[in-house]
Design a protein around this ligand. Structure first.
Ligand code: NAD
Length: 356
């Protein structure tokens, strides 16, 4: 395993905590990237990583991304993330989540956890038995699941990007390919279908495909078809790294706008997208609806506050696309510059990325 300090994704993290609780069967990593704007907030992902090194790479990339996402979203929070190494379908136990909660409690509030891929509001409830540093809990006003808010932010951003690219205000007849029909992808598909888009989707979980066919009447296809067949918008809503040398060579789309974190496998992939003439909406800019939701609810915000902040995502995207066009640089570059100024008052040196 890489030494954390020299890990290519280390990116000046403030803390990286390895958690090992044999009795509870817990192996996890908590990464706190930056708390300059406030305590770090970010989800806890549970995934069957092929190695501890893969988990470390993932949590470091995700945690840094949260610093940028939260800053751009205007949240007074820093960036952090955690990962539990394990299969979310077969290895969840109450003891595991209580042990994770205890580890988060030991950080004294530097990191506030929320749900992510592989975890649920019920898992957050178990952590909340031992720590108060949990967001996204079930309450009278919320199911605790921030995914519909994430989907709404992505949906409004797709409308904005389509308007910018094609000069049309409606999604009627726009072909959208969604990869991943989980908590966000399904909600996004629902919004797109009701707005008149023609949606095709893929998921490695056949049950999720069947549900989308039955409830939304959308077409489901293999990833091979999804990534090669012409479409207007490609919306990655599965896991990261989907935009890479190989996929960009086959993608036949004008716009990419989705919820998945860390969609670009390497920094060169931004250049590949630019060269291919594909308008890429930076993931951390447009998928901030969920963190806005959990942050607002934790701080007593109303549904109106949440809706206003989510609408602001699309307005921010429009401003970033406009600036990028006039400066002839990528929207990702503009988003990064704006985030870095919000985080530390100046732009950072570029941080090299490597394959996750
Ligand atoms: P999820 O686990 O509910 O859904 C992910 C779906 O992708 C699953 O149905 C899974 O079977 C599918 N999938 C995995 N690998 C795939 C592949 N190779 N091809 C096709 N499908 C595949 O997760 P989610 O909460 O919907 O989140 C989706 C993405 O959005 C993740 O990257 C997550 O980090 C990001 N995100 C989620 C939120 C949120 O509010 N849930 C917020 C911001 C970002």
């Amino acid at each position: 395993m890489n030494n954390s300090f020299t890990h290519p994704e280390f990116a000046d993290h403030e803390r990286v905590v390895f958690v090992n609780d044999t009795a509870a069967g817990l192996q996890a990593i908590i990464a706190v990237h930056n708390t300059q704007r406030g305590p770090a907030i970010g989800g806890c992902r549970m995934w069957s990583y092929e190695s501890a090194d893969a988990a470390l790479t993932d949590v470091l990339r995700l945690s840094r991304g949260m610093t940028y996402k939260n800053a751009l979203a205007g949240i007074s929070s820093g960036g952090g993330k955690s990962v539990i190494i394990g299969n979310p379908r077969t290895e969840k136990t109450p003891a595991l989540f209580r042990a994770m909660g205890a580890a988060i409690e030991s950080l004294g509030g530097r990191y506030i956890v929320a749900e992510d891929s592989g975890t649920s509001p019920a898992d957050m409830g178990l952590m909340a038995e031992v720590t108060s540093y949990v967001a996204g809990l079930e309450s009278d006003s919320s199911s605790g699941d921030p995914s519909p808010s994430t989907a709404l932010g992505v949906f409004l951003s797709i409308r904005e990007a389509v308007g910018f690219r094609f000069g049309q205000s409606s999604l009627v007849g726009v072909r959208v390919h969604i990869q991943g029909l989980g908590k966000v992808g399904f909600e996004l598909a629902k919004l797109l279908v009701s707005d008149g888009a023609i949606v095709s989707a893929s998921d490695i979980n056949e049950a999720n495909c069947r549900r989308a066919r039955d409830e939304l009447s959308i077409r489901t296809v293999s990833n091979d078809v999804l990534l090669t067949e012409p479409c207007d918008v490609f919306a990655p809503c599965a896991l990261g790294g989907v935009l890479n040398e190989w996929s960009i060579a086959t993608l036949n789309t004008a716009v990419i706008a989705g919820a998945a974190n860390n969609q670009l496998l390497t920094q060169e992939d931004q250049e590949r997208l630019d060269n291919a003439g594909i308008l890429y909406c930076p993931d951390y800019l447009i998928n901030a609806g969920g963190v806005i939701d959990v942050f607002q609810r934790r701080h007593g915000g109303t549904q109106e506050d949440i809706d206003a902040d989510i609408s602001a995502i699309a307005a921010r995207l429009k401003s970033i696309l406009t600036e990028a066009k006039s400066r002839r640089i990528s929207p990702a570059q503009v988003a990064q510059e704006r985030a870095e100024i919000l985080i530390n008052g100046r732009q950072n040196d570029p941080i090299p990325t490597v394959a996750a």
